[in-house]
Design a protein around this ligand. Sequence first.
Ligand code: PGA
Length: 268
Amino acid sequence: MQVIIFDNAQQVAISAAEWVAELINKKSNPVLGLATGSTPISLYQELVNKHKAGELSFSNTTTFNLDEYLGIDEINAQSYRHFMNENLFDHVDIDKSKTFLPTCNQGENPRAQGLAYEDKIAQAGGVDLQILGIGANGHIGFNEPTSSLASRTRIKTLTQQTLDDNSRLFAADEFQPTLAMTMGIATILDARYVLLMATGKNKAKAVKDMVTGALSAVCPASSLQLHENAIVLLDKEAASELADQEYYIWANQQNLKINQEFGLYHNY
Ligand code: PGA
C-alpha cells in the first residue's frame, strides 16, 4: 500500500486528478472506476477544469461506478446517476452510453443485475483505475462491515451508521433508501490500480484500521492490503491516527526520486 499524506484536501484532489489524467492520456480505451460521496467532488472539479483547459478528453473513456441506490430512479436528485451527471458527466465530453452504474430497477432481479454488471466490466477489459472513498465505518463502495472479502456486485443492506452518515444529504421528509447495489470487494480488488481518497478527522480511525489494522471483513477497506497497486491519498487530518507518518513521507520522497530516475511505471 502506498500511503501519501498531503497538507490539505485540495492537494488530495489535485493528486487524484493527476492519476486519472495519466491513465486517460496513456491508454487508448481507458476504463475508470468512479465513486460518489463528498470526498471525490473536488476530484471531479479538477477533472472538469482540466477538460475545460483542453488538457483532457473523456471521449474514449468507459466508466463503472461503485454503487447505486435501490428504490429511486435515475432522475431522482438523490440517485448516484444524477450525482455523476451533475458533478462530472454533464461537464466533459464523455459518451454517456459508456458510463455505467450497478442499477436494479423495479421488477428486475438484483442477482441477475449483479452478474450482468460483472460481465459488463469484464467485456470492457476490466477497470484500470478505481477511485474509492472510505466510510467512517471502513466501508468501500457499499460493502459494509462483515461483507465477504470475496463478494461480487450484489444487493446490500446499509448499516445504521451509513444511513446516519448520509442522512445529512436527505431532507427530513425525503425517502432515504436502505438498500443499494454495490460492486463487491473482489470486484474492487480486480481493478489494476485502486486510488483511495480520505480527508477529514472523521475518517482517521477507519484509515488507521485500513492501513495498519488486521485484514478483516470488519473493516472492508483493509482488503486493500491484498492489492498489488493500492494508493491511499490522505490529508493530514485523515492521517492523524496513523503511527509512523514520518515513514510514509520519507518513502514518498524516495518514490519521487525513483520515478525521476527510472520514469513512472504504471502498468495499465
Ligand atoms: P464521503 O463518503 O466521501 O461522503 O465521506 C465516503 C464513503 O462513504 O465511501
